[in-house]
Design a protein around this ligand. Structure first.
Ligand code: FE2
Length: 384
């Protein structure tokens, strides 16, 4: 079986219709094909970067000849007479000729949303394994892509070790909090009755634009009772809100909230973004939720504000629902990484004597996904 079955010029040369060996059919426009030509004059053979601009290509480009080879489609363009061969896998990867049946809030097929029934133990790897073995590292990074979080155990109990975790895939993103920050809570023995308040699940730094897309929280000491970390999948929470009340989902996704932080000298951070952020085609791209840094919302019309607040309250209730949360009790030398555009983190209340000392830092998801893609490229297969 050849990769290409047939190719036909359609619409007077404005496009071709390709039938692939596996039965798939797709149309491609002349302008799309010419812009995405893979010949050495159009794309650098070294780094794959495009060497021409769109305005270098004649605006009246059409297809004057199309031939099906066993593994390629050969196209001759008019008016410049240029002939380019397109490999079948390249065309298949570029197929855009399909009906769109995506509802607002759709997520990429590689994402798996979850609630409290998820076994978080499945998302834990050993620090030594991911440091020494690229395959283990890839499998661990793929958890972050799929679930929005992953944990490590058996790391060193040393200040700054969280930076070594980030160095496995990318770079620490420094902020005014420093390269990393301390999260220390002490409960004095004399205050046994004292209960340290829990912390509502939130995303960090929504007042930054761009927001830090990853956070690492690393445990150095944890002798307190309780105080477990909890994680909530913001994408699942958004989907639940949408399923319960699509109008409320629309209110939160089509209006900007405001966030600000001015708690340190010389710092006045502000961002205007929706709590549920969609791409123009409805893809769910980010959730921002943080009661402590929410600023007055001034971008919702008067007529809609009452309903906006109902939607906001319901979204908060869904996030607070214990059935949504996965609990992680971090021991010294253990850490987790969260996708801060998706997974909210918080802390359960804790009581009794003890100290809890975590260090946190930020990093960026594009670097993590790049490292993961490079590992997958090398092994020739995608991790689940
Ligand atoms: Fe936080």
């Amino acid at each position: 079986m050849s990769d290409i079955d047939s190719v036909d010029i359609i619409d007077n040369g404005a496009a071709v219709a390709v039938r692939f060996g596996d039965g798939r059919r797709a149309r491609f426009h002349a302008a799309w094909l010419r812009d995405n030509a893979t010949d050495a004059a159009t794309r650098s053979p070294g780094n794959g970067q495009r060497l021409v601009t769109l305005t270098d290509i004649p605006p009246d480009t059409t297809i004057e000849r199309a031939e099906a080879g066993a593994e390629t489609v050969s196209i001759r363009f008019a008016p410049d007479g240029k002939t380019v061969d397109f490999a079948a896998p390249y065309l298949i990867a570029g197929i855009y000729d399909r009906e769109s049946d995506r509802a607002a809030g759709w997520v990429d097929g590689g994402i798996e949303t979850w609630d409290g029934s998820l076994d978080a133990g499945l998302a834990v790897a050993s620090f030594d394994a991911v440091r020494e073995d690229r395959e283990s590292l890839g499998r661990w990074l793929a958890l972050v892509r799929r679930l929005g979080f992953a944990a490590l155990s058996g790391g060193p109990i040393a200040s700054g070790a969280l930076c070594d975790v980030v160095a496995l895939f990318g770079f620490v993103r420094e902020t005014h909090y420093g390269r990393w920050f301390e999260v220390v809570s002490e409960v004095a023995p004399v205050n046994l009755a004292y209960t340290n308040a829990g912390l509502q699940a939130h995303t960090d730094n929504p007042y930054r634009d761009p927001v830090p897309t990853l956070q690492v929280l690393y445990c150095l000491r944890n002798s307190a009772d309780g105080g477990d970390s909890l994680l909530v999948d913001g994408f699942r929470a958004a989907a639940r809100l949408r399923d319960e009340n699509p109008a409320w989902f629309d209110l939160l996704s089509s209006h900007c909230a405001r966030f600000e932080y001015a708690g340190s000298p010389g710092v006045k951070l502000r961002a205007r973004r929706p709590m549920i952020e969609l791409a123009p085609d409805g893809e769910l791209v980010a959730v921002r939720f943080n009661n402590r840094s929410a600023a007055p919302i001034t971008d919702v019309p008067y007529d809609k504000m009452a309903d906006y607040y109902r939607a906001y309250r319901r979204f908060a209730e869904v996030i607070d629902d214990p059935a949504m949360a996965v609990t992680l009790k971090l021991e010294p030398g253990e850490c987790f990484i969260v996708d801060n555009t998706r997974v909210l983190h918080g802390r359960r209340a804790y009581s009794g004597a003890g100290t809890r000392h975590l260090q946190g830092c930020y990093a960026d998801r594009d670097g993590l996904l790049s490292t993961l893609a490079a590992i997958e490229d090398q092994r020739g297969e995608r991790f689940p």
